[in-house]
Design a protein around this ligand. Structure first.
Ligand code: PGA
Length: 260
């Protein structure tokens, strides 16, 4: 894993945006895996800015989102469809027909999940998967004890995850109990993973995922087995890392050709 520690979430997100933009410049038909939640918001703002001001062209890209609530229509204001259109898709030039977000209203969830996996495969696989991490260590909605080789499927949210998104559903009671999420095996098939985490409340999950044992109790720890994962943190999210000083030193001494 490569761990990049920046002074704040804005600077961290600018590094992440440069990584995404460089990939798209090198490979205009890139397949981008997107995440939702509060964490990627500054990254999406930066991608929108780059599109408007520096010509970032996403017209040939294909996208796949990690997850969606079951039983929620795309038009629901707290659906992940709504989130993606509000924060990114309405402001850049990704072709509508190449945007893929799990359908929370599908009638046959297992068949739909198999099709979603097939669609990722047919698109050539995900080149870069953006990830946040939950305070319980989840990535996507792969809650603790998820199989480390799981594929896209239905999952039951933990109480903690439902509390986290309660505001958008008028309180925890209103939050859907189930989601469709890419599995840990699906995420691990991406050519590159880009995990972002900001704030003190993520520090423990980050330390467990990056420096702890690989365990289904901390689903993000599976990324230790991924050949190309970059973790971009602000100082607070990095505050419980034992090797933080080393990661900073490594970043500061990167050869020019390796810089983002
Ligand atoms: P957050 O959620 O970005 O809203 O903190 C991350 C997650 O739960 O995966």
């Amino acid at each position: 894993m490569e761990i990049i520690i920046q002074p704040d979430s804005l600077q961290a997100s600018q590094v992440a945006a440069r990584i995404v933009a460089r990939l798209v410049e090198d490979k205009p038909r890139a397949v981008l895996g997107f995440a939702t939640g509060s964490t990627p918001l500054p990254l999406y703002r930066e991608l929108v800015r780059m599109h408007r001001e520096s010509g970032l062209d996403l017209s040939a890209a294909t996208t796949f989102n990690l997850d969606e609530y079951v039983g929620i229509s795309p038009a629901h204001p707290s659906s992940y469809h709504s989130y993606m259109w509000a924060h990114l898709f309405s402001h850049v030039n990704i072709a509508k027909g190449r945007i893929n977000i799990p359908d929370g209203l599908t009638r046959d969830i297992p068949a739909y999940c198999r099709q979603y996996e097939q669609a990722i495969h047919s698109a050539g696989g995900i080149d870069i998967q953006i990830l946040g991490i939950g305070t319980n260590g989840h990535i996507g909605f792969n809650e603790p004890t998820s199989s480390l080789s799981s594929r896209t499927r239905i999952k039951t949210l933990t109480e903690e995850s439902r509390r986290h998104t309660a505001a958008g559903f008028g309180g925890p009671e209103g939050v859907p109990t189930h989601v469709i999420t890419m599995g840990l095996g699906t995420i691990m098939d991406s050519r590159m993973c880009l995990l972002l985490a900001f704030g003190k409340k993520k520090a423990r999950a980050v330390a467990r995922a990056v420096e702890g044992p690989v365990t289904a109790m901390v689903p993000g720890s599976v990324l230790q087995m991924h050949p190309r994962t970059v973790v971009v943190l602000d100082r607070e999210a990095a505050s419980e890392l034992e090797m933080a000083g080393y990661y900073t030193w490594v970043y500061d001494h990167k050869p020019d050709w390796q810089r983002y």
